[in-house]
Design a protein around this ligand. Structure first.
Ligand code: KIV
Ligand code: NA
Length: 270
């Protein structure tokens, strides 16, 4: 299993970091068997698995429930888990309590939080000193979609780009062990990656990041109808699963399933 030091070394040595989301036992098991460097139990859970409208409905209990299953499926992979909406904004004390609960109950190796406010910076350094590594997340931060005014590319002009660079540096100083950068121009992601000593993991942020992350259901096209520009799909589970189930239905209807070899017999003649 990669640990946070090895992930850091991968940046130094120029080896790209592969990260993918997983939300349950089988998806974690498959991701691990496929050789992924890091698993993210993302709060994208809400949309791709639970059918919610956005990540805003995702609860601490949802995350813990799924995080536990992921940890059981991938015992030998570095697992990061998202702190969900408003679970780290009410007060520092509540945030620390929620973080402790998530970390202890799921067996994840790091937490991820969005943004770079003073409160977030303090939280990251407090968690680090308590022994909980944190990955930061900048650019398009979906938990703030209603403040950002939609899911759109961030840091396109000079001013917001500079702000993002400053935020990234502040996050590194506060002790973040890595930074997810979502939906920013590739030039900006490249600059941030150069400026930081901690690894950057991009999604919709170009090829110059130290690693890449995607949502499993997007990669497999599983239950997903519309894909953002930055996603590449590597399979078509929607089609292959539907075909498989259609064939099963047909075989039940026409009596070709179960066949002799799927059936048990008694130890008597006739
Ligand atoms: O929740 C998620 O899947 C994420 C990634 C897209 C970075 O935060
Ligand atoms: Na997320």
């Amino acid at each position: 299993m990669k640990n946070s030091i090895q992930l850091q070394n991968m940046k130094t040595e120029g080896e790209k970091i592969s990260m993918l989301t997983a939300y349950d036992y089988p998806s974690a098991k498959i991701a691990e068997e496929a050789g992924i460097d890091m698993i993210l139990v993302g709060d994208s859970l809400g949309m791709v698995v639970l059918g919610y409208e956005s990540t805003i409905q995702v609860s601490l209990d949802d995350m813990i429930h799924h995080g536990k299953a992921v940890a059981k499926g991938a015992r030998d992979t570095f697992i990061v888990i998202d702190m969900p909406f408003m679970s780290y904004h009410i007060s520092l004390e509540d945030s620390l309590t929620n973080a402790k609960k998530m970390f202890q109950e799921t067996n994840a190796h790091a937490l991820k939080v969005e943004g770079a406010s003073e409160e977030i910076l303090t939280l990251i350094s407090r968690l680090k000193s308590g022994g909980i590594p944190v990955i930061a997340h900048l650019g398009l931060t979906p938990q703030s979609v209603n403040v950002l005014g939609g899911y759109r590319v961030q840091g396109k002009d000079k001013e917001t780009a500079q702000q993002l660079i400053n935020d990234a540096k502040a996050l590194e100083r506060s002790g973040a062990i890595g930074l997810v950068i979502e939906c920013v121009p590739k030039q900006l992601a490249k600059l941030v990656t150069k400026e930081l000593t901690i690894p950057t993991i991009g999604i919709g942020a170009g090829v110059e990041c130290d690693g890449q992350v995607l949502v499993l259901h997007d990669v497999l096209q599983y239950g997903i109808d519309r894909l953002p520009k930055f996603v590449k799909t590597y399979d078509d589970a929607n089609s292959s699963f539907t075909e498989a189930i259609k064939t099963y239905v047909k075989e039940v209807k026409d009596g070709t399933f179960p066949a002799e070899n799927h059936s048990f017999t008694m130890n008597i003649d006739n």
